[in-house]
Design a binder for this molecule. Structure first.
Ligand code: HEB
Length: 442
């Protein structure tokens, strides 16, 4: 592997995105969780849930701040590292890029009001109402920025004449074919990951001996949300796979190690592949790929052999796809087991293996987000704008990308440590029970 400018630019962009996506995902999902907790708290007149909303909101302010920093890094690096891409795409797709910023400000304003008006309203519902614009703002930023990514996969709304974009239709560019399935999957997976992360933190606290009603309520609420949102994520993932089969078949084929166009195509799970594309040690589910791609075993699934060799994505994305799906299935099963244990009271919801499973599901869901994005982005290769421009032709020719990479790596490392330290400090000396006592029982 040669470390030329293209490679270095890709490394720097990947690193920034991989780091940013953690905060972006939390940023989209946590407002929804805060809103649900406060809603339940007011509805049931239960202070435990109100305190949950309050503590989550407090932690959220930190991750939002970091998300702003890393998001700004992306903006800078896009124009710095991919000038030819930005010259073409910038004109066509600048509308949602701008709207994203607007949505973020909208969210930030209402988040500010929300944080400063606890206990200020006579009618508690008025305070809860403020979560709605916050949720709209954060989910709308995800929507807008995802349309830009969708555009890279299925560009439309312009013509390319002598390297210049003409006849630009920004709305058509935004509403490109990838937009619906991607937005759906990005939103559901963000909600899911946030619910699972909060469940994991709670579960970890319980494992360390905190068995008060506060933690039990938190775990029940977050696990119900985990189930609902993980089912939503699976549904959206299924929609995405069917979409790929129609519109971006090479991405699906590469992920599934599917070479020959055929109906009744097998689904291949894990395994290894050699240089002659022979697959070993895999689990083969007969006909399942056709079924996934088109809800019928007769569905013809386009294979990689139909594409020129230099226009097929790398085959290792197979593992990214399989791991993402495996984690998603794990979370669904785990939430079901937990909820059954709780409702049926046949075995304890404090059963340690379940609690450890939930604690592990948090980091695993974040990994699923990373795997999902790696799959989606590497699966677009070699294109930066599918059918129009290749990644190799879009990178900067400027000097110093290597050094910039090192500087940003250090920056992210420090930011990651600081975020953890601040978050731990924020809650460490403020046990929930004491706070409950102080706030509600004076
Ligand atoms: Fe996912 C991506 C499917 C789960 C996260 N996904 C993706 C894709 C597909 C899928 C097909 C591609 C798309 C495009 O590119 O357009 N998934 C799926 C399935 C499942 C899943 C089938 C099962 C269940 N995911 C999942 C989970 C998660 C995820 C669990 C987390 C949590 N993904 C993801 C992401 C991404 C993906 C983040 C990137 C974005 C898009 O959409 O693309």
């Amino acid at each position: 592997m040669e470390l030329d400018n293209v490679m270095l630019s890709r490394m720097l962009t990947s690193m920034t995105l991989a780091f940013h996506i953690i905060f972006a995902t939390i940023g989209v999902g946590i407002p929804v969780m805060i809103s649900i907790a406060e809603f339940v708290g007011i509805k049931k007149n239960n202070n435990h849930f109100l305190l949950l909303a309050r503590r989550w909101a407090r932690g959220f302010t930190i991750t939002v701040a970091v998300g702003v920093v890393t998001g700004t890094c992306i903006g800078l690096q896009l124009s710095m590292l991919w000038p030819s891409f930005m010259k073409v795409a910038g004109q066509v797709i600048s509308l949602p890029l701008f709207m994203e910023t607007f949505a973020f400000f909208f969210e930030a304003i209402f988040l500010g009001i929300y944080l400063y008006t606890w206990d200020r309203f006579k009618n508690k519902w008025l305070h809860w109402l403020l979560t709605i614009p916050v949720m709209i703002g954060s989910s709308a930023s995800a929507l807008f920025i995802t349309t830009v990514n969708a555009f890279m996969n299925t560009p439309q709304g312009f013509e390319l004449k002598n390297g210049k974009a003409v006849n630009i239709d920004p709305i058509a560019a935004m509403l490109n074919p990838s937009t619906p399935s991607k937005v759906f999957h990005v939103l559901t997976s963000s909600y899911m990951t946030s619910a699972v992360l909060l469940a994991a933190i709670t579960s970890f606290a319980i494992l360390r001996g905190k068995r008060s009603i506060y933690y039990r309520s938190a775990l029940r609420l977050t696990m119900i949300c985990s189930l609902v949102f993980s089912l939503g994520t699976a549904l959206a993932g299924d929609v995405s796979a069917k979409f790929l089969a129609e519109v971006q078949p090479e991405k699906l084929a590469a992920a599934e190690w599917h070479f020959e166009t055929e109906s009744n195509a097998d689904l291949i799970l894990f395994g290894t592949i050699d240089e002659n594309n022979q697959i070993h040690h895999a689990i083969r589910l007969p006909g399942m790929l056709s079924f996934l791609a088109g809800s019928s075993f007769d569905k013809k699934v386009i294979g990689l052999d139909d594409f020129p060799k230099d226009e097929t994505p790398p085959l290792w994305i197979h593992y990214m796809f399989d791991l993402m799906v495996a984690i998603g299935s794990f979370v669904i099963v785990l939430s079901l087991v937990y909820l059954i244990a709780w409702r049926a009271k046949k075995f304890s919801e404090w059963f340690k293996p379940i609690l450890w499973g939930i604690a592990a599901a948090g980091p695993l869901s974040v990994l699923a987000i990373e795997f999902g994005w790696i799959y989606a982005e590497v699966g677009r290769q070699p294109w930066i704008l599918r059918g129009y421009m290749k990644v190799a032709d879009a990178a900067t020719t400027g000097q110093g990308v290597g050094l910039t990479f090192i500087i940003f790596a250090i920056l992210y490392f420090i930011l990651a440590i600081l975020t953890c330290v601040v978050l731990v400090r924020m809650f460490k000396n403020k046990p929930a029970e004491a706070e409950l006592e102080k706030r509600f029982n004076h």
